[in-house]
Design a protein around this ligand. Structure first.
Ligand code: NDP
Length: 254
């Protein structure tokens, strides 16, 4: 055994939503841990440009809207073309939206489910064949505490349902591929500082409720999600599959 098991040397990773927030932190840490990383999202941010220009052999970028049915296979194909294999998939891209259940219309429901569930399903589906051919692979799906509980105070049935679906997809995929070298796990963050939570954190009342409901009394940092994702992705988690690792400052303990 060695601490090197926590590293990703020689491994190729694809991180969706790698251009900002939690995904950017994951992609950056994976690079530091030795992986070569394909980042993707709709917007090529300054952070992406800086990573790719600074370390062109380590980081690459491909643009894509994951709700376009053609994008999932294209992302995997671009990764294989650029780096030759795919060892780790992080299904991180996601969107949040909320409001009264009985007023949540079809267009908003479709956007949530297509981004947060259908797209990760399709991307994982495209990633499995090269992983099977290699005899090894690791998939990390970014779920949420919202997949376990109702959030306070905001109402968001569609979002929470999409994240519960991701947790269950993780469980059942893990069962299906466990004997063929592919591990599938999920990470369920609590409230993390990012664009997704920026409005809530800036709102004094939401901020108070979110903080009071988090036993640690603070929000998580994207980097604190990245370390969890690294563990799940790496050989350090070689006997871990079908797990949903909760990283929430204690939010769902009560
Ligand atoms: P951000 O809003 O900061 O980032 C969302 C990411 O998803 C961006 O990279 C965005 O890129 C990408 N994305 C969204 N829609 C699409 C699309 N249609 N096609 C391609 N990429 C898309 O959020 P976070 O970093 O906070 O969230 C990352 C993940 O973590 C999400 O799955 C979220 O649900 C989950 N999560 C976040 C929590 C938090 O408190 N922040 C808590 C629990 C879970 P672009 O817009 O350029 O396409």
């Amino acid at each position: 055994m060695s601490l090197d098991m926590f590293r990703l040397d020689g491994k190729i990773a694809l991180v969706t939503g790698g251009n900002r927030g939690i995904g950017l932190a994951i992609a950056t840490l994976f690079g530091e841990a030795g992986a070569q990383v394909m980042l993707t999202g709709r917007t090529e941010t300054d952070a992406v440009r800086s990573l790719v220009e600074g370390q062109p052999d380590r980081f690459a970028w491909v643009a894509g809207d994951v709700t376009d049915p053609a994008t999932p296979a294209a992302l995997v194909a671009a990764t294989l073309e650029r780096f030759g294999r795919l060892d780790v998939l992080v299904n991180n891209a996601g969107v949040a939206d909320g409001g009264n259940f009985h007023e949540f219309d079809d267009a908003r429901l479709a956007r949530i489910m297509e981004t947060n569930f259908t797209a990760p399903f399709r991307i994982a589906r495209a990633a499995i064949p090269p992983m099977l051919a290699q005899g090894k692979g690791s998939i990390v799906n970014i779920g949420s505490i919202s997949g376990f509980v109702a959030n306070k105070p905001q109402l968001q049935v569609a979002y929470n349902s999409s994240k519960a679906a991701i947790h269950q997809m993780t469980t059942v995929m893990a069962f299906e591929y466990a004997s063929r070298g592919i591990r599938v796990n999920a990470l369920a963050p609590g409230y993390v500082v990012s664009d997704m939570t920026a409005n809530g954190i800036a709102n004094a009342e939401m901020n108070r409720v979110w903080t009071e409901n988090t036993p640690m009394g603070r929000f998580g940092k994207p980097e604190e999600m990245a370390t969890c994702a690294l563990f799940l992705a790496s050989d350090a988690a070689s006997y871990v599959t079908g797990a949903t690792l909760v990283a929430d400052g204690g939010y769902i303990t009560h």
